[in-house]
Design a protein around this ligand. Structure first.
Ligand code: UGA
Length: 439
């Protein structure tokens, strides 16, 4: 626990904000979380996360019960805070590659009405470079002794609590030494435990986040481009990635070929980065990100094509079990989910699609009500002509090919995440196909 608890507010209680609020309470601070969604706030007040995130519920409960963490729908309830964390979403604008900053704008405007002297607004949302400087001017105009810094967040869904309590780095963008010190106080415990604390300018802080996500997206798309080459040449991308990754300079992480990236961050961040670079006349500097986006999207089409191929050219009328709806395992997030996208495309081609996901059925149903959803793995694969593994939940990785073989109508499987053993499945009589691997 920190020696000097601060009063903090966290604006926005999504995957980022709810986790940040609970973790800041765990670090010893007095925290109020604000969100405009009354249903979400009602759940959080009971210590219930409004989404699936391992390890979050016990932390929420602990600190709601201790009184160190409360939630409200009223932004003025944040007025007493020493530091306000802006954690609202910056989704992609409908039909455009750029980020929708309306929630950030609204929260900062609201804060400007209630800021007390000396308060610090710390932006955590992912924003286009240049946003923070403009917001800082507004804060200074409203309250000259207050300040605004940028403090990007690098947590991964599924590991959000661990990533927040022990991040691999803390980046603070601010021209003011006092503001930087205030944020160092907030993060006293992880810094004392060895987390690097990096002080940079506002623009660098904004860019660190998009540069990191662009690099991760590029690494995934690079190996998926190699998967395309492997498919055409008879090479095996899993063996290739393993061999390439042994070079320490390259490494094995984020080199898993398959259906590619999705979620609420990587896809929209690389698009928003291109949009902002275009506005700055720098389109060419990041034009490669358009290529990364295309490679990524082609993996979804390739999976749909492969489904057609293994079903004799037509998926219509065939029962297809889609295993996975979340954009990745250990999350119920279906935003820009490659799995759900493939399920929708097969459904549109007339396949009788049944989707099963251990955690994301509710969110998937709300997003795509037209699809059929099964309550269990067994009921999803029952009578299937084709099984597609599209999100690598451990329940799917551990499937026994003989047991599943006894339930399906046809032993045909596509491993969209390269997590199953082709030998084991083929030995059990399955036609086994995967992305980037020969057959
Ligand atoms: C990503 C970043 O990893 C975080 O550092 C960042 O804070 C976050 O975005 C954000 O901007 O808020 P996240 O969206 O939770 O985190 O998911 P990742 O674990 O990065 O996975 C992204 C996608 O890439 C998933 O669809 C995953 O299946 C895919 N992926 C990942 C691959 O296809 N291959 C890989 O080797 C790794």
């Amino acid at each position: 626990m920190t020696a000097t608890p601060l009063r903090l507010s966290v604006l926005g209680a999504g995957y980022l904000g709810a986790t940040h609020a609970a973790c800041m309470a765990e670090l010893g601070h007095e925290v109020v979380g604000i969100d405009t969604d009354a249903d979400k706030v009602a759940l959080l007040e009971q210590g219930e996360p409004p989404f699936f995130e391992p390890e979050l519920q016990p932390l929420l409960r602990k600190h709601v019960e201790s009184g160190r963490l409360r939630f409200s729908t009223a932004l003025p309830d944040a007025a007493d805070a020493d530091v306000h964390f802006v954690c609202v979403g910056t989704p992609q604008l409908p039909g455009r590659p750029a980020a929708d900053l309306s929630q950030v704008e609204a929260v900062v405007s609201g804060l400007c009405e209630v800021l007390r002297p000396g308060a610090v607004v710390a932006g955590k949302s992912t924003v286009p470079v240049g946003t923070a400087t403009a917001l800082r001017e507004r804060v200074k105009e409203a309250c000259p002794s207050a300040d605004l810094a940028w403090n990007p967040e690098f947590l991964r869904e599924g590991y959000a609590v661990a990533d927040t309590l022990s991040p691999d780095r803390i980046v603070v963008g601010s021209p003011s030494p006092e503001t930087v010190e205030r944020l160092r106080e907030v993060y006293r415990e992880p810094v004392a435990n060895g987390t690097p604390f990096l002080k940079v300018g506002l623009e660098t802080a904004e860019l660190v986040k998009v540069a990191a996500n662009s690099f991760l997206a590029t690494k995934i798309s690079f190996i998926n481009a190699m998967a395309e080459v492997c498919e055409a040449t008879g090479a095996d991308v899993v063996e290739l990635a393993d061999a390439v990754g042994h070079d320490d300079r390259i490494g094995h992480r984020f080199l898993k070929a398959g259906l590619g990236f999705g979620g609420g961050c990587l896809p929209k961040d690389i698009r928003a980065f291109q949009a902002r670079a275009g506005e700055l006349g720098l389109g060419r500097a990041v034009s490669f990100l358009g290529e990364m986006d295309d490679i990524n999207t082609r993996r979804r089409q390739r999976t749909v094509d492969l489904a057609h191929e293994v079903l004799g050219g037509r998926v219509a009328g065939h029962r297809v079990a889609v295993l996975g709806a979340a954009f990745k395992p250990n999350s119920d997030d279906v935003r820009d989910s490659p799995a759900l996208d493939v399920a929708c495309q097969l459904h549109l081609h007339g396949a009788d699609v049944v989707v099963y996901d251990p955690e994301a059925t509710g969110p998937a149903q709300r997003r795509v009500p037209d699809l059929a959803y099964a309550p269990s793995l067994a009921s999803a694969v029952e009578g299937a002509d084709l099984v597609l593994l599209l999100t690598e939940w451990s329940e799917f990785v551990a499937m026994d090919p003989s047991a599943i073989g006894g339930m399906v109508a046809g032993r045909v499987i596509i491993d969209g995440r390269n997590v199953l053993s082709p030998e084991a499945w083929r030995a059990a009589g399955w036609e086994f196909r995967a992305l980037g691997r020969g057959h």
